[in-house]
Design a protein around this ligand. Structure first.
Ligand SMILES: NC(=O)c1ccc[n+]([C@@H]2O[C@H](COP(=O)([O-])OP(=O)(O)OC[C@H]3O[C@@H](n4cnc5c(N)ncnc54)[C@H](OP(=O)(O)O)[C@@H]3O)[C@@H](O)[C@H]2O)c1
Length: 285
């Protein structure tokens, strides 16, 4: 039996892990969210680790409100940087492997080919800055970690672009969506499956990894695919970022190179269009 702690247990990714893990028999998983375990409190984290025995911690807890973070740096840093550091310290002291989820927002988006794990980081907003500092805190305090950077997560859980588009398609007749930000929509269930594969592999090839679905899209392409799959009649128009200003600056290009995770863990990654079809079907099950 492999004992696992999942933090941020009420969040989107944690729910996707729970869906998959509940179908396996070799994993014993404890899910905690803010109320059971506030990762920003080192005393609480240490006490929780003393009361329980884990082989892995999957850190799904994060301050993910990208725009709010611009005016709330203290709280974003508390969760994304201090929280990650606290878990790294507790994992080191208790011989636990940490799987930490990070983001494409650690990059500035000025590259024109897929970002690999060695590429220079240069976050453009508070969310990305605090997530990068969280990565650095883990690297400085722990040897046994997998940091998995991902992007554009959606699923049938939580608030995400897929669910927003489905809602808007019922309320509106027309919609404009940004066409000049390029990345890869990623089904959080595919990422969850990859995390479980990393755990089941018992690999010690620690380090930073990139994971997203395959393929490339703009937010406009993503919205169009959702409406096509849903046979929605909504009229969709492309707009540029400058016509849809947001408090946080987002990378224009954040496609991730997944070669390392694919070869180290023998993973085949689905194309985003194929996963979207599955996600939409499950949305209505
Ligand atoms: N969503 C994306 O598009 C995306 C893209 C790239 C990377 N990521 C990364 O992927 C990971 C999972 O994202 P997600 O979409 O599952 O996020 P999510 O749905 O926002 O879940 C995060 C969870 O963490 C909880 N949390 C916040 N502060 C906490 C604390 N101090 N202690 C314990 N739990 C706390 C939140 O609780 P409350 O809701 O009560 O605050 C929430 O349940 C995050 O690390 C995120 O940075 C996400």
């Amino acid at each position: 039996m492999i004992n696992i702690l999942v933090t941020g247990g009420n969040g989107q990714l944690a729910k996707c892990i729970s869906d998959l893990e509940s179908k396996t028999s070799n994993l014993n998983v404890i899910y905690t969210d803010y109320l059971e375990l506030d990762i920003t409190n080192l005393e609480d984290v240490n006490a929780f680790y003393n009361r329980n025995t884990f082989d892995y911690c999957i850190n799904c807890a994060a301050y993910t409100a990208v725009d709010n973070a611009e005016n709330d740096e203290i709280n974003a840093a508390k969760v994304n940087e201090l929280g990650a550091k606290n878990l790294a310290i507790a994992c080191r002291n208790n011989n636990v492997i940490l799987i930490h989820i990070s983001t494409d927002f650690v990059f500035d988006g000025n590259k024109s080919s897929a970002y690999n794990e060695e590429d220079t980081t240069n976050p453009t907003g508070i969310y990305g800055i605090t997530k990068l500092k969280g990565e650095q805190a883990i690297i400085n305090h722990l040897e046994s970690y997998f940091i998995i950077r991902t992007a554009w997560l959606y699923s049938e859980h939580g608030n995400n672009f897929l669910k927003t588009m489905i809602r808007l398609s019922k309320d509106r007749t027309e919609l404009s969506v940004v066409v000049d930000q390029i990345g890869t929509p990623t089904y959080a269930t595919d990422l969850a499956a990859t995390i479980l594969k990393v755990i089941n592999s018992k690999s010690q090839e620690f380090g930073v990894y990139h994971y997203s679905n395959e393929g490339v899209a703009s937010w406009y392409d993503f919205a169009k695919a959702i409406f096509d799959e849903n046979k929605s009649q909504i009229s969709l128009s492309p707009i540029n970022t400058e016509d849809y200003p947001t408090p946080a600056k987002r990378p224009y290009f954040s496609v991730l190179d997944k070669s390392k995770i694919k070869s180290n863990f023998d993973i085949e990654i689905p194309h985003w269009r194929d996963s979207l079809r599955i996600a939409i079907k499950r949305q209505y099950e």
